[in-house]
Design a protein around this ligand. Sequence first.
Ligand SMILES: Cc1ncc(COP(=O)(O)O)c(C=O)c1O
Length: 325
Amino acid sequence: MPVISAPEDFHVDDLYVDLRPALGASLYLKCEGFNFAGSIKLKAARAMIADAEERGALTADSVIVESSSGNLGVALSMIAADKGYRFLCVTDTRCNLTTRRLMEAMGAEVHILTEPHPETGFLGARLDLVRELCASDSRYLWLNQHANPYNWLAHHRTTAPAIASHFPDLDVLFVGAGTTGTLMGCARYFKESGRPVTVVAVDSVGSVTFGGPPGLRMIPGLGAGVRPQLLDEAYVDDVVHVPEVAAIRVAHRLAAAGYLFGGSTGTVIAGARGWLAEHRPDGRATAVAIAPDLGERYLDSVYQTNWVSDIYGAHALDRDAVRPR
Ligand SMILES: Cc1ncc(COP(=O)(O)O)c(C=O)c1O
């Protein structure tokens, strides 16, 4: 029976969904949304704060500031509330209302940017503001998930070893790429371990992370308008790009089977299914995909019929997903 005295001390690290009954896919989904922050970003948040405390960079006077599409912001809000730090989250209009309210409920200040930078998009605009704030007042402490090695080290120390011990025969691991913290932590771990695991990065169409052309992306968490500083492609075996429509259809199909996951989980599964169909069509590979969060935060977007048809067109709605099976 786990008994905790700090909210960040709880995380389920050993839950997988076998996707055969729900999707007919020979794929295990590692669920990272079962903690009080509701997402995988709790791991990066804990590791970056612990490092800043150890270095003496984070003191009682500090105001933690971070650019986040939401999930890291929620995790940092939670840890800041527990430890008595002030926290300012810089995000943009794609951050959904529930996520914003969660941060505010835990005492964080949330700054929402409404205009993307003409070349570097919303991410570029967020980073510009964070830099301005830090230059204006020395109390601001930017953990900088985009460049902080503790972002990937968190997964090198926890996520990857957990998957390795649960799946000794793992063949392929699918990881979504946002800041690439999860991807780089897992990819480095498996390369260093010498195990013959193929690590496949899953990105959104419209993300420039792996050199593709920029385009509209509405699902938060995955993809970037600026190449992630943590990314070292030498560790990544393959990359797939998924259109957001395909991600939304997968998310709806899972919801119709009773699993409400976040939009980026739809992206990762859609990418994994496509890759497996092409490279391992015999269905005999042991494959794991990582689900960064759950779906409640996306009820007004990914799971909202009008939102989906306004952005992607009515054809995007997968009518089959809601039919009884
Ligand atoms: C919902 C969601 N999916 C995926 C990711 C990507 O994780 P990473 O930043 O480790 O690449 C994030 C990160 O914020 C996220 O919030």
